[in-house]
Design a protein around this ligand. Structure first.
Ligand code: WTA
Length: 660
């Protein structure tokens, strides 16, 4: 297990608790009874949650775990996910309810009712079919946060095609590897996107990515930035088609087909400990059941009353489960915002909360810490009295940020729910229930009713209260990943080999129990960094660095960062000529940072690159990142006895002092 930083150990001295108000508790969607019911009969509990959805055919068995670790939930059941998220609400008489209050970064807005959403999704489904896309085909989507992104995902779900959404900030190289891995037949993108008040190209990047990609038959292009981008959009005749030409011409009626509960719904790529991203596979019935259930109980969402806002991007799993599938299955009215939080000013989020009377707000600790930096007087100048529940996701939230969130955004009135989960888990796993839990700042606390998690030691034995170790999930759950796309072996190896004897799912996170047995998450225990809530593997960045002609070798670590959680720090050895010519000059370093941004995306740009003469390695040649982390965090260097050459650390430290 990796060493814990002192800040995280401090968590265990945190003893404040915040019970829900009586008024909140009295009306809450979930009660203490949920835990008792779920513990009494887990499968019956989940069966009840599945009944929140419309099934064309009811399942015959709740769970089939006979082929573990490949689960089947609601075996034999059939449903259409898009019908559940859209049509049934219209049929139930809620067609006029706003589904999406969309706010564009430049200030344009659109309100889309469930009836309109139904028409848009039907048209898009017909459009996909007209291009020869059918059930089980893969569609890559790289779009900004515009309604067409959600419509595209639902259109895929409606016809049984799998979407693979690729974050808009990812580079052509990253897009291409995802398109190739999934053998996508279609790509949906836009001409450009707005970023910090500026129109920047998107289609041009997609074209670069797709050069020679022979699985892709068509590219559908949404017009978003239009004239603001200036100049023409690069176009490949016969392959490319405008969304408005294709989709607008379609019929707005489409009969949804019921698919098997285990029909694949989507692939979403996430970083692993190796350079190659993993295509996490999710299926239909169990995924939608848990996404909808958790959105209902964790946010206490009341359809027709609440205005919900999750600030994630649809390029991440949070956008999938808590913008698209969970909220829409629960008939939410939600805000979808296209842009950055400080465009055009630092009060943008609070202005939106005030204008739309947002009641539930779900964001990431990194953004909360950024808001703290900008100052409490900014939210104080808006009316935030509509808010009633606040959520956090993506990384451990430090108690200071939690308290600030509660006080300055939540007016000391709103329960704060710290939700732990992963791309792989599909939906929230560990979180307070806002009407039940006596919340503790910085703790995700307890597995949700129906979920089982434990903190275990190296041997898989549960640790006692106040003990620390690895977080594992010891029982299958409905929205669990069904594998890694095209790589069953990697699935077993990554998640199930660490505690194979016990059959535990290894989450890759360190955790502790406090004296009450509540869970505190401590961050990753593997070579995955968490930068602003985004998972990036050290190997991924290292491969990008060594693909640059001047770099001979590279080692990357995540160093504690007050705003982004972790920051990427790279140690590079330059090649002979480069080492002599430039010796780590500012220009050479900037070129390397830009190169990483180009290879992976701007989010992977190292915060700091240090040119070193050597890297610390064990006798078997393994880089000792632990020691580099000591350097990056300005700590005293730890035990160097396993180094092949113990003088290396002296060289590095000396170089650092004179260098940066
Ligand atoms: C981290 C995001 C502490 C964790 C939904 C996990 C958290 C990884 C929390 C998954 C939290 C997420 N407290 N750590 N509340 N939420 N994490 O796949 O390390 O992008 O393994 O899913 O983020 O990141 P992913």
């Amino acid at each position: 297990m990796t060493e814990q930083s002192p800040a995280l150990d401090n968590l265990l001295t945190e003893s404040r608790t915040f019970p829900p108000s009586e008024e909140f508790a009295a009306k809450a969607n979930a009660t203490e009874q949920f835990y008792t019911d779920a513990e009494g009969d887990r499968e019956a509990f989940w069966e009840k949650q599945a009944e929140r959805l419309h099934w064309d055919t009811r399942w015959s068995k709740v769970l089939d775990w006979s082929d573990a670790p490949f689960a089947k939930w609601f075996v034999g059941g059939k449903l259409n996910v898009a019908y559940n998220c859209v049509d049934r609400h219209v049929e139930d008489g809620h067609g006029d309810q706003v589904a999406i209050h969309w706010v564009g970064e430049p200030g344009d807005t659109r309100d889309i009712t469930y009836a309109e959403l139904q028409r848009e999704v039907c048209k898009a489904a017909n459009a996909l079919t007209s291009l020869g896309v059918g059930a089980n085909d893969r569609v890559a989507i790289q779009l900004p946060m515009i309604p067409e992104a959600i419509v595209s995902m639902l259109a895929c779900a409606r016809i049984g095609a799998l979407h693979s959404v690729v974050f808009g900030g990812f580079s052509p190289t990253a897009l291409r590897s995802r398109v190739d891995d999934a053998e996508a037949k279609l790509v949906i993108t836009s001409d450009g996107q707005y970023r910090r008040g500026k129109a920047v190209p998107m289609k041009a990047n997609v074209d670069e990515a797709l050069a020679g990609a022979d699985t892709v038959r068509n590219v559908v292009v949404v017009r978003r930035t239009g004239d603001d981008l200036g100049g023409d959009v690069p176009w490949t005749e016969g392959r490319d088609v405008w969304w408005h030409d294709l989709v607008d011409a379609q019929s707005d009626e489409h009969t949804p087909e019921a698919f098997d509960s285990e029909h694949p719904l989507y692939i979403l790529y996430t970083s692993g400990t190796t350079g190659k991203p993993k295509g996490i596979l999710h299926t239909s019935g169990g995924y939608l059941t848990q996404a909808a259930y958790t959105h209902h109980v964790v946010f206490d969402h009341k359809p027709g009353e609440d205005v919900y806002w999750c600030t994630a991007d649809i390029g991440w799993v949070t956008g999938h489960s808590y913008i698209v599938y969970g909220p829409l299955a629960n008939r939410a009215t939600q805000v979808v915002y296209e842009g950055t939080p400080n465009t055009p000013h630092e009060g943008r989020h609070w202005e939106i909360v005030q204008n739309y009377k947002v009641t539930i707000y779900y964001t990431a600790p990194t953004l909360i810490r950024t808001f703290m930096k900008w100052g409490a007087d900014i939210p104080a100048s808006y009316d935030l009295s509509s808010l009633r529940v606040l959520g956090s996701v993506g990384e451990p939230i430090n108690p200071e940020a939690w308290m600030w969130y509660r006080e300055h955004i939540g007016g000391n009135r709103c329960p704060v729910v710290d939700t732990w989960w992963q791309t792989e888990t599909g939906a929230i796993m560990i979180s307070p229930l806002p009407g039940v839990t006596h919340a503790k700042p910085g703790s995700a606390q307890r597995p949700l009713p129906g979920i089982s998690a434990k903190v275990v030691d190296n041997d898989g034995t549960e640790v006692p209260h106040n003990g620390g170790g690895f977080l594992v999930l010891d029982k299958p759950w409905p929205s669990m990943l069904r594998g890694i796309w095209g790589d069953d072996e990697r699935y077993r190896e990554t998640y199930w080999s660490r505690f194979s004897e016990q059959g535990f799912y290894f989450a890759g996170d360190g955790a502790k129990y406090d004296a009450d047995g509540d869970i505190w998450l401590l961050g990753r225990v593997d070579d995955v960094m968490n930068v602003s809530g985004h998972r990036i593997s050290t190997t991924e960045v290292e491969s990008a660095l060594v693909s640059h002609p001047t770099v001979a070798e590279a080692a990357v670590v995540g160093a504690t960062d007050p705003t982004t959680g972790q920051g990427i720090v790279a140690f590079v050895i330059l090649r002979g000529d480069a080492a002599e010519d430039e010796a780590g000059g500012a220009e050479a370093i900037q070129a390397l940072r830009d190169h990483v941004a180009k290879e992976i995306g701007p989010i992977a740009k190292p915060r700091q690159i240090m040119v070193v003469p050597e890297l610390p390695k064990t006798r078997s040649g393994k880089i000792m990142r632990r020691l580099l982390r000591d350097v990056a965090e300005n700590r005293e260097i730890g035990d160097v006895t396993t180094l092949a050459d113990s003088s290396v650390m002296d060289l590095i430290s000396k170089g650092m002092k004179s260098g940066s």
